[in-house]
Design a protein around this ligand. Structure first.
Ligand code: CP
Length: 316
């Protein structure tokens, strides 16, 4: 596997990848030989806790060394775009920086969030594509402007482990948040669930429709209570508007996930990718309940990443 940026990169072997990730839990160090004397470079243009630690842990299991670069602090400010005159703040062009990092690393990971100012720019995924174009080594997305594939794979593994019926009802619900957040997690969650054949319902206030490219095949229900009925999994996430790009159209706390709404479900498990704003996105009573699986979900980030890195190492 030369790149991991969306479900399309693993669509041909998705069920096998999930089984492999679950198997890796039982023997984390079984493939240490694959990563021996190999280096994984992790470039963060934005903050991270889970992705940063789980990726390093996965690499450790596979015998790899990791180099972590906080590009917002550690490196020269980078310019991008062809033919630009670099007489501003940026001291280095991204194509030079990425090509150099590719000389030091066998695989490169990059996190680069959406700016939320310009839809076309964000959805063109320039930073991720610059890495793919110039690295000269396989590239793994640690969350890009429009997708978070390692998170979605971990989510799918978690649903596979906890589901009580072969085709559970999974509900992705918008929830309020004080800040404008990207659409990467819900976009990605929708496309991975649909690729896996999951029965997916998405509920959000009007104006928060995601790009249809990701949600085609899902049921869209504007009444959150209606959507929650008979759900087996509730996945909460805030996102800013795609149509009115990057804007917050609602802070309506009536969309917070509460115990009373969870009672409408089929004793659903509660999921969130974290970090989460407690008592804004979800009540303490829900996230701290027996039905909350946010911690095993976060733990699965290790096995999702390890399964992907293993495939990449096998194809080096
Ligand atoms: N869920 C997730 O990607 O968390 P971090 O932003 O902390 O990596």
């Amino acid at each position: 596997m030369k790149q991991f940026t969306s479900v399309a990169d693993v669509a041909n072997f998705l069920p096998e990848l999930i089984r492999e990730a679950i198997q890796l839990k039982k023997a984390p160090f079984a493939y240490q030989h694959l990563g021996k004397n190999k280096v994984l470079g992790l470039v963060f243009m934005n903050p991270s806790l889970r992705t940063r630690l789980s990726t390093q842990r996965a690499a450790f299991h596979l015998g790899m060394q990791t180099i972590v670069v906080n590009a917002d602090k550690d490196t020269w400010k980078m310019a991008s775009g062809e033919g630009i005159v670099m007489d501003g703040e940026a001291a280095e062009h991204i194509k030079d920086a990425v090509a150099v990092m590719g000389q030091y690393c066998d695989i490169l990971g990059v996190r680069s969030f959406a700016g939320l100012a310009n839809k076309e720019e964000d959805y063109a995924e320039q930073t991720l594509n610059d890495f793919i174009r110039y690295a000269g080594v396989p590239v793994i997305s640690l969350e890009s402007a429009t997708r978070h594939p390692l998170q979605s794979l971990a989510d799918l593994i978690t649903i596979e482990e906890y589901k009580k019926t072969p085709r559970p009802k999974v509900v992705l619900t918008w929830a309020p948040h004080p800040k404008a957040l990207p659409q990467a997690v819900p976009n990605s969650f929708a496309e991975w669930m649909l690729a896996a054949g999951i029965d997916l319902t998405i509920t959000h206030p009007e104006g928060y429709e995601l790009n249809e490219q990701f949600t085609r095949g899902a049921k869209i229900v504007y009444d959150q209570r209606q959507a929650f009925k008979n759900a087996d999994f509730i996945y909460a996430k805030n996102w800013s508007s795609y149509t009115h790009y990057g804007q917050i159209l609602s802070r309506d706390r009536h969309w917070t996930v509460t115990t009373e709404k969870m009672a409408l479900t089929n004793q659903a498990y509660f999921m969130h990718c974290l970090p989460v704003r407690r008592n804004v996105v979800v009540e303490d009573a829900v996230i701290d309940s027996q039905q909350s699986i946010v911690i095993p979900q976060a733990a699965n980030r290790v096995w999702a990443c390890q399964a992907v890195l293993k495939r990449m190492l096998e194809s080096l």
